[in-house]
Design a protein around this ligand. Structure first.
Ligand SMILES: Nc1ncnc2c1ncn2[C@@H]1O[C@H](COP(=O)(O)OP(=O)(O)OP(=O)(O)O)[C@@H](O)[C@H]1O
Ligand SMILES: Nc1ncnc2c1ncn2[C@@H]1O[C@H](COP(=O)(O)OP(=O)(O)OP(=O)(O)O)[C@@H](O)[C@H]1O
Ligand SMILES: [Mg+2]
Ligand SMILES: [Mg+2]
Lengths: 227, 227
């Protein structure tokens, strides 16, 4: 469903070049829940951003459902993202002037879904993550964990084939983690594929497969020094 | 060192009133490391913001080192905060146009410390959290965990009597957690007091005391349903 081939990312800041990700090969299989684990600054968000078509690779290619995403224009890429991918960002990225309900409705409205249906589906998604009673609140009126749950609802609302989550449980208490992970696992059972970047060992039991990232290198085996 | 007496916080949004925190009594003792645990949306950040003089209580009082903080003007409160308190916010709150080194130097420069000394102490704090090699980078050039470590360095650099941390390890891998917590524990040993809001059970072994917050109520004992 998603694959990177020799994909790497470097940043040029002033006269230094930072390698966020070494050229890497990996893929997400259809219907699997993949965990991506690794130390802080190792390249996890970079890998997820390449898979999510949020970043262009400096080298190599990204394929989503067989389509070579790294060759598409910005507009075509945005369309592919809207149709196929749900993304939970590490810092939530909620649109501040919009309330929780409007934030969750937005991807559907961009797809051309009518207001009434978009509102109904948004309420369903907010209900799943336990945020229905706060749907009229703005992001800054919500706690960290509440904002994270709204961000998760927004990523799920379009029923995307590929769901990419960057530390989706970092601000959540154990009970919320159970609720969210059970829901995500059900979606995978219904055919979605999912990759989750995390430091949270509470998520290991839910995973079908785990890969590790360390200093920009992706591998199937846990690095020597342990995590 | 810090205490709330009958302190509560409510928000009025449209025609509904949300109680973020019921009138509560609690204190942080000198030289202790206190953990504050509770479900998402229960009022942890609100309690910490009252203790950190970032929010005024709707009722009740807050005392910092014997001074009634809830009766001070905005300016006096900002001065008290600068002199006595280091705060690690849940969303880091780094100043985006400033690089990591300048972010960490800022509290010292506001205290009137000379540029040279402020730079030296900032480099020391960045070294402790393993971020010296990235000190010239802007926040958006850093990963989530790297930004969190810069935010921790900024809270420590003025050697405050009271250090308040809101989920300081949410974006950190196990190794970084060890490094950060050992450092925080050393500071407590040297006389600082600390309160840490967290869902991260990795922090329990470092704590001297744990309090629980559930639906706006602060208590010493773990609520029935467990966390
Ligand atoms: N500005 C505001 N306006 C309205 N309600 C607010 C505001 N700020 C916080 N709240 C509400 O107060 C309650 C407590 O929020 P708080 O941020 O203290 O929770 P928390 O325990 O830190 O949660 P988390 O673990 O998710 O960070 C929540 O229901 C939240 O939505
Ligand atoms: N815009 C940028 N400019 C320069 N360097 C960057 C940029 N974005 C990321 N980096 C660097 O690339 C490396 C990988 O970052 P990435 O965000 O992928 O890490 P991560 O594994 O997600 O870490 P964390 O667990 O802390 O979130 C880091 O060293 C980071 O500082
Ligand atoms: Mg990251
Ligand atoms: Mg909070």
């Amino acid at each position: 469903i998603a694959e990177v081939k020799g994909a790497g990312k470097t940043y040029q800041t002033g006269d230094t070049v930072i390698t966020a990700l070494q050229p890497s090969n990996m893929q997400i299989k259809k219907g699997e829940l993949l965990l991506i684990i690794g130390p802080s600054g190792s390249g996890k968000t970079t890998l997820l951003s390449l898979l999510g078509c949020v970043l262009y690779p400096t080298q190599g290619d990204v394929y989503i459902g067989g389509v070579k995403a790294s060759g598409l224009s910005e507009n075509e890429l945005a369309k592919l993202r809207l149709q196929k991918i749900g993304f939970v960002f590490q810092n939530f990225n909620l649109i501040q002037p919009l309330n929780a309900e409007d934030n969750v409705m937005l991807p559907l409205k961009l797809q051309g879904v009518s207001d009434a249906i978009a509102r109904e589906r948004a309420n369903q998604a907010l209900g799943i993550v336990g945020m229905l009673d706060r749907k009229k609140n703005l992001p800054k009126q919500l706690s960290g964990g509440q904002q994270q749950r709204v961000a998760i609802a927004r990523a799920l609302v379009t029923n995307p084939e590929l769901i990419l989550c960057d530390e989706p449980t970092a601000s959540l208490d154990p009970k919320s983690v159970e609720v969210v992970m059970k829901e995500l696992k059900t979606l995978v059972g219904q055919g979605s594929s999912m990759a989750i970047v995390t430091h949270d060992m509470r998520l290991r039991p839910f995973a079908d497969r785990v890969i590790y990232v360390d200093q920009g290198v992706v591998s199937d085996t846990e690095p020597e020094q342990g995590l």
